[in-house]
Design a protein. Structure first.
Length: 279
């Protein structure tokens, strides 16, 4: 019965998904709160813009699930909390999973749970914790028919980049994505790579498992829309964007523009006016 939940997550016409991630408050970083200081307001704006899903934590999911009516975005529930995003890494790093993650997801009527798979230079113990989290989560997801989204994240060295910086080297991304498949992912939320035109290799290595591409750090409007359009041409099944939506001055317009690219194949020049607030 995982299919019934996946049917609520992926758009019925296009078979694609746009998940807006606003679970950043879980990670105890001030810069991550930009645009979601008032989470209730952020959720309301997103509901009106109508993405396929909103990614939230156990403490904030009620802002979505308490809204009445049949028509609203699906809930993707974040199941792990980590301290690996700071400008300076702490002496002890961790990635911890919430208790009874799938039962909590079922009670919250989530369509999917998401968990990290970190690759951080100099911190193999965090990768070990992530794998242990996934190994515990997978059989629970299968038992309760809850789709499992694994998020393989490749970091650049903290000393080189400072803080949370994605390494877009496709040769590092590919094996981590494949490991997520081997660990039992139903969906993979993966890093973008340096050359968008190479992303079909990520899709290929994932096989039948759908790839949703992460948004990464803030980008200007034209760059973001162009990259999204090109990624969709590479065979991905959708996107999971956070800061590029909620930190935008017109988050509703940006959501609608991205939805048109993901689901209707719209070109960036067709939707840029929505983002600029001219439509």
């Amino acid at each position: 019965m995982k299919a019934s939940r996946l049917n609520r997550l992926f758009n019925e016409k296009s078979g694609k998904c746009f998940d807006v991630a606003i679970d950043h408050g879980f990670f105890n970083e001030l810069t991550f709160l930009g645009g979601i200081e008032n989470i209730e307001k952020s959720v309301k704006i997103l509901i009106d813009a109508d993405p396929d899903a909103i990614q939230l934590t156990v403490g904030q999911a009620h802002h979505l699930q308490s809204v009445p009516g049949k028509k609203k975005p699906s809930l993707v529930l974040r199941t792990d909390v980590a301290n690996v995003y700071g400008l300076e890494l702490q002496s002890v790093l961790y990635s911890r999973m919430i208790e009874e993650p799938v039962l909590q997801a079922v009670r919250l009527d989530a369509t999917c749970v998401v968990v990290n798979l970190f690759r951080i230079p100099g911190a193999p113990e965090v990768t070990d914790q992530c794998i242990q989290n996934i190994l515990k989560l997978k059989p629970m997801c299968d038992y309760y028919s809850m789709p499992l989204m694994i998020e393989p994240l490749v970091f650049r060295p903290n000393s080189e980049a400072g803080g949370y910086m994605v390494d877009g080297n496709i040769d590092i991304i590919l094996p981590l994505v494949r490991q997520a498949v081997e660990l039992g992912a139903d969906i993979i939320k993966a890093d973008p790579c340096d050359k968008v035109e190479d992303y079909h290799k990520v899709v290929e290595v994932a096989g039948s498992i759908p790839i949703l591409v992460r948004g990464g750090g803030r980008a200007d409007d034209e760059e973001l829309l162009d990259r999204t359009y090109k990624l969709m041409q590479q065979g991905v099944k959708g996107i999971v964007y956070g800061r590029n939506v909620v930190q935008h001055a017109n988050s509703g317009g940006m959501t609608r523009a991205l939805m048109a690219i993901v689901h209707d194949g719209a070109k960036p020049e067709d939707v840029i006016a929505w983002v600029k607030g001219n439509k």
